[in-house]
Design a protein around this ligand. Structure first.
Ligand code: ATP
Length: 675
């Protein structure tokens, strides 16, 4: 664990990230305590933030002794195994409860493998109340103080169908969205609660209620949600203000390939995992401040939509089994992937920390080798190396379900080298973190692949969920550079099931900023140099000018004469519409405009271009047609001798360009204007 000290501090913390992710290691059950030998090494260890500032976050290390696989993840917080639920409540939930009374919504979601203690954490028992019960106790006392009313709803989700657990008939709940984007849960009862004992009766007896009614809603694995509504009458507005806090006990994550212990079918298991991926996809999109948050991917995310979006607090509690559990390993890995975008690997709450990969990176760099950033990273341990037809279909299915993923070949990755060379030093170590626990293919260092970085994709479909379903925050983002689209659960599923790890990096506001800082030429992944931007701007201005320019009126000669003769004979001439047909020509195309308006714009373009050549740095120069490494170096040398070596286009001949080449360059930036 010595490497923990090497955990990099959170260099570019993203303040927009809204989902807090904590870990909770469950206590041993009686049976486990019996079988667990006193001196056996725990497979999960928690490392607290370092006082010397070398790490600001909690880190949890999972050491799968049977496979010698070690993984490390950063979390916002991770409770020790013996930490009482009450302590977690005070630390994590209490502040949320106060905020609900100040008008915010909240969602507390327990995620983890089967048997990892989710129900124990959220619901608990009468003797050992869970987070929801402790919260309810405080909510009720605050509500009394502030004269607000409290009601609760309970639902269960199975096969993407929600059922009301407080109605003895367990009707299906419909999720409807009104014109303002407000979510209405039709068919979900709300039962008013005045005291904690009333709440206990409702919360702890709903299982019995189901059994007595013999309604087949309660599946062995299903999601269960408690929704607490806190409402107050707003006298002045005569409206009812309602805020909500949700507690969700998700169905346990289980490898769909495993034969289930409770006889559920693979289809059911797939549905559960799909809905788990959906919630993680939403978390990922929220954290990445994406414009489009995929609430519509599952009924659960639709139900929670207004308690996930906007200024809502979201707390994801990742529950972990204290005895080795492959599914626990997979589930924290899923959470980790949902909470980062590959470009922000050091900024998210569950960054994977790997001594293994770090060592590999440093050793590979030292040894003159570098890691291949190919999309397929073969898993070192565990399952078969190659994806079977089954796995492939699962990947495809996943892609279909969770959005298309561009498959990027290693060759394409290499092609990015020029554009991303400035970022290489940042990305390479980060990349190592992403793929940490797996063996990374090492390839001989060559110029092209040494500069590889993950493929940067443009933001994909920017679809809004529906009218008004966007928060103001999201709306604002539409005006900003596209935020990154985080890795979807498709990748996670694919990786977990097939052992093939897909890396994808997408631009983010943050990364754009980094990119810009590193290389002002490459503002975006399509790398438009500022010169062409400026020239485009001039060109656009020109078009606008053309569009708004006065009509050119050609007057027939005789008409002009008669008009001017009028002017001659009258001192004060009343303006008259000439009685003649005018031939009107409107200049629309820039070349046409040029011929009519002289060469002012052209000169201005040339000036811009020359000034760029006189001031751009090497990388910027190289982005121009006809200027490679040598010419760029030569230009910089010329500039050392004279600060402005290029005063006219002809001066470009000094760097070995022919008149034809110069014209070609100008054509590149200004198109037909230089024909
Ligand atoms: N902190 C704890 N101390 C002791 N026992 C615990 C603790 N947390 C959970 N358990 C026990 O572990 C078992 C599994 O817990 P729980 O049912 O909460 O898991 P789960 O994640 O909700 O499971 P599933 O995914 O199957 O719903 C239960 O028997 C529970 O009593």
């Amino acid at each position: 664990m010595a490497e923990t000290n090497n955990v990099k501090p959170n260099r570019c913390f993203n303040p927009a990230r809204k989902v807090r992710i904590i870990g909770k290691i469950r206590g041993f059950t009686d049976k486990e305590s019996e079988s667990e030998s006193k001196d056996s090494k725990p497979w999960i260890t928690v490392k607290k933030p370092q006082e010397d500032g070398s790490s600001e976050k909690y880190a949890v290390f999972l050491d799968a002794q049977s496979t010698s696989r070690k993984d490390g993840y950063e979390l916002d917080y991770c409770s020790e195994q013996d930490e009482e639920i009450g302590e977690i409540y005070s630390r994590e939930i209490k502040p949320l409860v106060s905020d609900i009374f100040d008008g915010r919504n909240a969602s507390v979601i327990a995620f983890g493998a089967r048997g990892s203690g989710k129900t124990y954490t959220i619901q608990g028992s009468l003797e050992k109340p869970g987070l929801a019960v402790l919260a309810m106790s405080e909510i009720l006392s605050k509500a009394r103080e502030l004269q607000k009313s409290v009601s609760v709803s309970l639902y269960e989700l199975s096969h993407d169908q929600a059922y009301d657990l407080l109605n003895p008939r367990h009707p299906a709940v419909q999720v409807l969205e009104d014109a303002n984007g407000k979510i209405n849960l039709k068919g979900l009862s709300q039962v008013s609660v005045k005291s904690i004992s009333e709440f206990h009766n409702i919360y702890f007896s709903q299982g019995n209620l189901q059994n007595s009614q013999k309604v087949q809603t309660h599946q062995p694995r299903s999601h269960r949600g408690l929704m607490v509504h806190i409402s107050s009458e707003e006298d002045s507005l005569k409206t009812k203000l309602v805020n909500k806090i949700n507690f969700v006990d998700l169905a346990g994550y289980e490898d769909p390939k495993k034969s289930s212990r409770d006889g559920i079918t693979p289809a059911e298991s797939n549905w559960i995992n799909k809905s788990l991926y959906a919630i993680l996809n939403v978390v990922s999109a929220i954290n990445a401040s994406e414009i489009r948050v995929p609430y519509r991917e599952s009924k659960l995310t639709r139900i929670l939509q207004d308690s996930l979006a906007g200024s809502s607090h979201v707390l994801l509690v990742t529950c972990l089994n204290p005895v080795f559990c492959q599914d626990s390993l997979s589930s924290i890995s899923l959470v980790s992937r949902s909470c980062r975008s590959t470009r922000q690997v050091l900024t998210d709450s569950t960054n994977r920390i790997s001594s293994l990969a770090k060592a590999k990176v440093s050793s590979s760099l030292k040894s003159g080798k570098t890691m291949s950033t190919s999309l397929s990273v073969k898993k070192q341990v565990g399952r078969s190396q190659l994806s079977s037809a089954n796995q492939a279909s699962s990947i495809l299915k996943g892609r279909k379900l969770f959005g298309e993923e561009k498959v990027v070949t290693p060759k394409q990755l290499r092609c990015q080298s020029e554009d991303t060379s400035a970022q290489k030093s940042k990305i390479l170590p980060n990349l190592a973190l992403i793929v940490a626990p797996f063996s990374l293919e090492e390839v001989p260092l060559d110029k092209s692949n040494s500069q590889c970085s993950p493929m940067i994709e443009p933001a994909e479909d920017v679809n809004f969920e529906g009218p008004g379903s966007q928060s103001l925050f999201e709306l604002q983002n539409t005006l900003l550079p596209s935020a990154h689209s985080a890795a979807t659960m498709t990748e996670m599923e694919a990786s977990l099931q097939s052992g093939i790890y897909h890396l994808r990096s997408t631009p983010s506001a943050n990364s754009d900023a980094i990119c810009e800082a590193n290389n002002p030429v490459h503002k975006k992944n399509d790398a438009s140099p500022p010169l062409s931007e400026r020239i485009r701007e001039i060109s656009n201005n020109l078009k606008t000018l053309c569009a708004s320019s006065p009509l050119t009126i050609k007057m027939p000669e005789e008409a002009t004469a008669s008009y001017s003769s009028q002017l001659c004979y009258n001192d004060i001439v009343e303006p008259k519409t000439p009685a003649m047909e005018l031939s009107i020509a409107r200049c629309c195309s820039p070349p046409g405009n040029f011929s009519n308006r002289g060469s002012g714009v052209k000169h201005s373009l040339v000036r811009e271009y020359l000034s760029f050549l006189n001031s751009a740095n090497k990388e910027e120069l190289k982005s121009l047609k006809g200027i490679g490494e040598k010419r760029a170096t030569y230009i910089l040398e010329l500039r050392e001798g004279s600060p402005e070596p290029f005063k006219t286009l002809d001066d470009l001949q000094d760097i070995g360009l022919s008149a034809k080449q110069i014209k070609g360059m100008m054509k590149q930036v200004a198109g037909d204007l230089f024909n």
